[in-house]
Design a protein around this ligand. Structure first.
Ligand code: SF4
Length: 330
């Protein structure tokens, strides 16, 4: 017999919304073999409201030496992680990286830099705009996604004018827990304001977070509702890979069952959005990555992450083809 919380959640398939209280009950009380019923529902909701599987790739265009103290991040100068550090890549290097992504058939390219962000149009920011112009000229049909941190209204407008189709700014966790679990050198309010300015200028938003930071299950639900309220376009979900030298290096890896619930709830709370399984597929979930992909996910990041490697694009293409068999369109 279907668990009563899951039975109630089937209303999402009829276009009804899950309340915060119902979502918390699901994440706290569904366990054991009921979990696969939850996976099945999340997969049905994905199939109905967000079919297809999309992929994107990113370039770490500037690495390390970051002034911010994000507890999970290998690139913060507050931690001693031995990560590769380099300044902004040249336009030529960015074009070469985009070409490799393009040749692999991926049509979404993320340009990512470490650092607090750009609240003034300084020399480095203007060079990024030139790079975006060049990328647009070379790859007219590629979506340019940018992730360069906190912006001002002015720099948000300038990015929108220079071909930024989508911007990535992650809440990372429940807004109320941001200072405790993520960082206190900047605030969640600055991030939310950046998202709102970009939306004002017509830029799509990719906004997600990380599970496994030491947050409570209810915090995962809070994050999913905070993202829903921002009405973003894509939701990248990451599973923490604890990195040596960061304050989270000894945090136990999230259990696959907990990750499954968090992903499924994110889908039930955001039925129509693109939800992407980003970092942690291969490293943290290993044997469970297919199960996670069936828990409401309809996009993946391929070809490696910011500071860790992933599977090859070809391996991921074969993986996506096999997942397609779990769609009712087949
Ligand atoms: S997540 Fe971004 S802002 Fe935070 S430490 Fe890493 S590079 Fe810096």
């Amino acid at each position: 017999m279907l668990n009563r919380h899951i039975k109630n959640a089937y209303k999402v398939l009829e276009g009804k919304e899950l309340t915060h209280e119902e979502a918390v009950a699901l994440i706290n009380e569904v366990d054991g073999n009921d979990l696969l019923d939850l996976v099945s529902l999340a997969n049905k909701v994905r199939d109905k409201f967000a079919p297809g599987i999309f992929s994107c790739s990113i370039l770490n265009a500037k690495s390390g030496v970051c002034s911010q103290n994000c507890r999970f991040c290998a690139q913060s100068s507050h931690h001693n992680t031995g990560v590769d550090t380099y300044g902004l890549v040249t336009k030529k290097e960015a074009v070469e990286a985009a070409q490799a992504v393009y040749d692999n058939g991926v049509r979404s390219f993320g340009y990512v830099t470490s650092g607090h962000g750009y609240t003034e149009p300084n020399e480095e920011f203007l060079y990024i705009l030139e790079t975006l112009d060049e990328l647009r000229e070379r790859f007219p049909d590629m979506k340019l996604c940018v992730s360069i941190g906190i912006l001002s209204r002015k720099t948000a407008e300038m990015l929108a004018q220079h071909h930024t189709g989508r911007y990535n700014m992650n809440l990372q966790t429940a807004p109320a827990k941001y200072a405790e679990l993520i960082a206190d050198t900047h605030s969640i309010e600055e991030k939310i304001q950046t998202i709102k300015w970009l939306q004002e200028f017509g830029v799509e938003i990719c906004c997600g977070g990380i599970f496994g930071l030491g947050e409570a299950p209810a915090d995962r639900v809070d994050m999913a509702f905070a993202i829903k309220e921002l009405d973003v376009d894509g939701i990248p979900l990451n599973l923490l890979l604890p990195i040596k030298g960061t304050p989270l290096e000894n945090v136990p890896t999230i259990e696959p069952a907990e990750a499954v619930k968090a992903f499924a709830l994110c889908r039930l709370i955001n039925p129509t959005k693109m939800i992407k399984f980003a970092a942690g597929r291969e490293t943290t979930m290993k044997d469970y990555q297919a199960l996670l992909m069936l828990s409401g996910i309809n996009a993946l990041m391929t070809g490696g992450y910011l500071t860790t490697r992933g599977r090859s694009v070809d391996e991921d293409k074969a993986f996506v083809r096999s997942l397609d068999k779990f769609s009712s369109k087949n």
